[in-house]
Design a protein around this ligand. Structure first.
Ligand code: 0PR
Length: 380
C-alpha cells in the first residue's frame, strides 16, 4: 500500500479499468447468479452501512430481515418458520447441519456423527463435513438423477445427524423425492434438511407442482437463496427452520452487543442484502416472481427444442431452468463456445454440457447461442 493515496479521479479510472475486465452476464450460461433487480440495487445502496450483526443499532433493517423470513416462510409452506438472512447457500447449509449436530450432541454426547447426502449434493457439504468433523455418506442416484431413497435409508444410522434432499440440484436442476425422504426422516427421527438454494425461488412457480417444502411434514430446515433466482444482491441467502429449538441450537452469547445472542455464522453481516431482498420481494410479489420463472422456462424449452433439432438430447427433461445436453467431446464443444464469448459449464456424471438459463438470458441471446452451438458441434 502506498504512503499517499490517489485522487478520487485516479481511483475511478482504476475501477473502470477493472470493470472492463469483468464479464457481463448476457452470454454467461454457467452461473446461478444474475443482475440484481433495479429496486434491489437501490435498497442495497440505501442500507449499505447497516450491520445485522448488532441489529439493536439498526431496528429498521432488522424489521426487513424478519419480514423476509416471514415472506419466504409463507412461500415455502410455513409462515411462522424461523431463521435469518445468511450470506448464501453455503452458510445456510453449514448452519442447518450445525443445528442438527448440536441437537444430536445433546442427545448422544460427543461422538463421531455423519450426514447422508445425495451424490448430487453441492460441494458445500464437503466443507461442512470438514468443518464439523462429520462423515459425509453419499447416496446413489436413480436413472433420473434423483436420490435413491432406499440407499439413503441404508446409509442412515443412529449417528446420522441429518439427511439432506436437494430441491434443484446444482448440475442438473433435479428435485429429490422430498416426500419419501420426509417419511424416512420421520420413521427414523432424523433431521431433514432441504437444500433449495437454487430451486426455492423456482419450484413454487413451475406449472407442475412438487411437494418439497414445509408443507411436507418431516422437513426440518430449508436453504433458499435470494442472490440466485430471487434477483437480490450478493450476499443474500436465507435459512429457515420449522421449529424455534433448531435455531436456538445455534445461539452463542454476545455479552457486549445490543443483542443477547447471535445465531448467524458470520458476526458483522450485510443489512444491505437483507434490504435488497425485502425490496425485491415486496415489488415483485408472487406474481412478479412467477413471470421471471415463466420467462426462464420458456427460453429453457426454446433451447432444448433447438438442441433437439441439432440431434442433441438433454440428459433429463429439464425440470427447471438448468439444461444438461448430451454432447460428444463436450470439453471441446464448451471450449469452442467460450472462444465465441459464451460461458458454459460441464457436468461430471454423466458428462454433459450444462446451461443455466437465468433472468439475464434474452430470446435473442438464446437464438444466437443455438447458432453458435451448431457451429461448435461442426454442423454449420
Ligand atoms: N446449494 C446449491 C444447490 C447450490 O447450487 C449452491 C451454489 C449452493 C448450495 C451454495 O451456494 P453459495 O454459492 O451461495 O454459497 N451453486 C452454484 C455453484 O456452485 C453457485 C454459483 C453461482 C456458481 C454463480 C457459479 C456462479 O457463477 O455452481
Amino acid at each position: 500500500m502506498e504512503e499517499r493515496g490517489l485522487s478520487a479521479e485516479e481511483v475511478e479510472l482504476l475501477l473502470e479499468e477493472k470493470k472492463r475486465k469483468d464479464l457481463r452476464y448476457e452470454r454467461i450460461f454457467s452461473s446461478m447468479c444474475t443482475y440484481p433487480h433495479e429496486i434491489a440495487i437501490r435498497a442495497h445502496m440505501k442500507f449499505i452501512e447497516a450491520n445485522l450483526g448488532d441489529y439493536g443499532l439498526f431496528p429498521g433493517t432488522k424489521e426487513m430481515e424478519s419480514e423476509v423470513v416471514r415472506m419466504l416462510g409463507s412461500l415455502l409452506g410455513k409462515e411462522d418458520a424461523v431463521g435469518y438472512v445468511t450470506t448464501g447457500g453455503t452458510e445456510s447449509n453449514i448452519q442447518a447441519i450445525r443445528a442438527a449436530r448440536n441437537l444430536k450432541r445433546k442427545e448422544l454426547g460427543n461422538a463421531t456423527f455423519n450426514i447422508v447426502v445425495p451424490e448430487s449434493a453441492h460441494f458445500s457439504f464437503d466443507k461442512i463435513a470438514d468443518l464439523l468433523s462429520l462423515e459425509v455418506r453419499k447416496a446413489r442416484l436413480d436413472d433420473e438423477l434423483r436420490v435413491d431413497v432406499g440407499a439413503v435409508g441404508e446409509l442412515t444410522d443412529k449417528r446420522t445427524v441429518a439427511i439432506v434432499g436437494i430441491a434443484g440440484t446444482t448440475e442438473f436442476g433435479q428435485i429429490d423425492p422430498i416426500e419419501e425422504l420426509a417419511e424416512l426422516a420421520l420413521e427414523k427421527s432424523v433431521f431433514l434438511h432441504v437444500d433449495a438454494a437454487f430451486g426455492g425461488f423456482v419450484i413454487p412457480f413451475l406449472e407442475r407442482r412438487y411437494k418439497f417444502d414445509f408443507s411436507v411434514e418431516g422437513v426440518s430446515a430449508i436453504s433458499i437463496d435470494p442472490h440466485k433466482m430471487g434477483m437480490s444482491t450478493i450476499p443474500a441467502g436465507c435459512l429457515l427452520f420449522r421449529r424455534r429449538e433448531h435455531l436456538e441450537a445455534l445461539a452463542v452469547e454476545t455479552p457486549y452487543l445490543t443483542t443477547k445472542a447471535q445465531y448467524s455464522l458470520v458476526g458483522t453481516r450485510s443489512g444491505a442484502a437483507a434490504a435488497a431482498t425485502f425490496a425485491v420481494l415486496k415489488l415483485l410479489g408472487r406474481e412478479g416472481l412467477r413471470k421471471v420463472v415463466g420467462e426462464c422456462m420458456r427460453l429453457t424449452k426454446l433451447i432444448v427444442e433447438g438442441a433437439r433439432k441439432l440431434g442433441v438430447e438433454p440428459v433429463i427433461e429439464p425440470v427447471m431452468n438448468v439444461i444438461a445436453l448430451k454432447v460428444e467431446n463436450v470439453e471441446l464443444v464448451a471450449e469452442r463456445l467460450r472462444e465465441w464469448g459464451w460461458r458454459v459449464s460441464t457436468t461430471k456424471k454423466p458428462k454433459a454440457l450444462r446451461l443455466v438459463i437465468m433472468p439475464h438470458v434474452t430470446e435473442e441471446a438464446a437464438e444466437q447461442f443455438l447458432v453458435d452451438f451448431a457451429g461448435a458441434l461442426g454442423l454449420s
